[in-house]
Structures are given as C-alpha cells and as structure tokens.
Design a protein around this ligand. Structure first.
Ligand code: C5P
Length: 245
C-alpha cells in the first residue's frame, strides 16, 4: 500500500471515538484518501471487536489499537499476539505493568506478526493525563508524586522492555527526548489546529509544534472529526506537517 505520510514530519492518526461500525465507516468515508491511519479505542473495539480492524485493513488503512493493556505478562503476550494477527500497526500497554509485561507484549506482537499479521509496535502509556501528582500518589499509596519524573522513569521501563515508544503529552516530549533521544518514538494526543476549539483538553499543541517537539505520531480527534468538513481539516493538518525541502 502506498503510504500517504511519506513526506510528512510526523504521521497523523485519526481517532475513531465513535460507538459503532456504522459511525466509523461514515467518518472513514468522509476522510477518504486524506487519512490512511486510524485509532480504534476501547469504545469501538469493545462494541465491534476485531472485525472493525479487519474492515479498516480491507480499506487499505493502518490501525492503531488503543487498548492500554495491563495484566500478567502471559495474558498480555497472548492479547498482543492476537492484536498483531488482526493486522494492527500499533498497540498500547500500561508501562506500570512492569518490565516483564512490556517485554511480553513486544514478544507477543512479534509472534503475531510472524503468524500472519504485520509488524506491530508496542507503545507504553506512562501516566494518564487525567491524573495529577496527588492522584497518582493516592492510587499507588504514596505521597504526591512528581509526574514528570514518573513519566521519565516509566519511559525508561518501556525502553528497557524493548517497546517502540510512549504516549505522552506534547509538553512532556522535550524532557523525554532529552533523556531518551531517538530511542523512543513519541505519540502525542491533544492536537488542535491553530485557533481551534480546545474542547475539554487543557494542554494542546498544533501539529507543527508537536512535530517540532519530536512527535513521530499525532492523534487527531475532534480537531478533525468534529470539524464542519473533516477532509478539509485533515488537509490542513497534512499541509502543516509537510517537510520543507
Ligand atoms: O483531540 P481530542 O481531544 O478529541 O482527542 C481525544 C483522543 O485522544 C481520544 O481518542 C483520547 O483517548 C486520546 N487521548 C487523549 N489524551 C491522552 C491520551 C489519549 O486525549 N493523554
């Protein structure tokens, strides 16, 4: 499949945050050739199962399966294998599942690809952006933690486990880059076009700023799917990510 993104500084992925396959198909039809990479998250995957991944693959699209797995290593290995066999390109796990679980996810993804899927990279979720230092401390039975320090520590665990990268906010990207350089690919959500509606996100970045911060992948949600014309919004995203030659 010819990749749309070859000339872009970062790869845009549109989040199909919709309840069912009909809504997903409608959005994919509206975006047409302007988008070749979609995120299927917990809502859509739980509603439709792997058939939605198969359908997207059949349409020639790449798929990021955002399930944020967190379980014992054996279970995560098996789930990652299954996701890779369905043809996903990216899969998320929680870094706090530990180094052995991360390595098991990588191992499962590799074996799923060799069993008929395609190369599937594992990305670690460090600290959910819905949690602050006090919330993490409460969940982990500690006093309030320094979120950036925890993100960097967990990013190290992801790297040690052999995963391809992490999910992080654009505002954490510089610190992660300073510590881990090119060793971890960064997937950055919370992207907005210049002057666009923030919705419920507080800390957003433009596609260009996220690419400057070192993003390899960008998650586009409502900035594209909530636009009056999603295809036009996606064209603006792509234009802002063109490499200057
Ligand atoms: O751009 P918008 O706010 O609509 O994007 C929301 C998408 O980004 C959702 O799919 C959500 O799961 C994802 N996301 C996020 N913040 C994070 C991680 C993922 O908004 N920290």
């Amino acid at each position: 499949m010819a990749q749309l993104n070859d000339a872009l500084r970062a790869t845009p992925i549109v989040a199909l945050d919709v309840p069912d396959a009909a809504a997903a198909r409608a959005m994919v039809a509206r975006l047409g050739a302007h988008c070749d990479f979609y995120k299927v998250g917990l809502e859509l995957f739980t509603a439709e199962g792997p058939s939605i991944v198969a359908w997207l693959r059949g349409e020639g699209k790449r798929v990021f399966v955002d399930l944020k797995l967190h379980d014992i290593p054996n279970t995560v290995r098996a789930a990652a294998r299954a996701v890779a066999r369905h043809g996903a390109t990216l899969l998320t796990i929680h870094a706090s599942g530990g180094a052995e679980m991360i390595a098991a996810a990588v191992d499962g993804a590799v074996s799923g690809a060799s069993a008929g899927g395609e190369a599937c990279s594992i990305l670690g979720v460090t600290i959910l952006t819905s949690l602050d230092g006090a919330g993490v401390g409460e969940a982990w039975g500690r006093s309030a933690v320094d979120v950036e320090a925890e993100v960097l520590r967990l990013a190290g665990l992801v790297r040690a486990g052999g995963a391809a990268g992490i999910v992080c906010s654009g505002h954490e990207a510089a610190a992660v880059r300073a510590t881990h350089g090119e060793q971890l690919g960064l997937l950055i959500p919370g992207i907005r076009l210049p002057g666009g509606d923030l919705h419920d996100q507080r800390r957003v970045m433009t596609p260009e700023a996220a690419a400057d911060a070192g993003a390899r992948w960008l998650i586009l949600g409502r900035a594209v799917t909530g636009a009056a014309d999603p295809a036009v919004a996606m064209q603006l995203v792509r234009a802002s990510l063109q490499r200057v030659v």
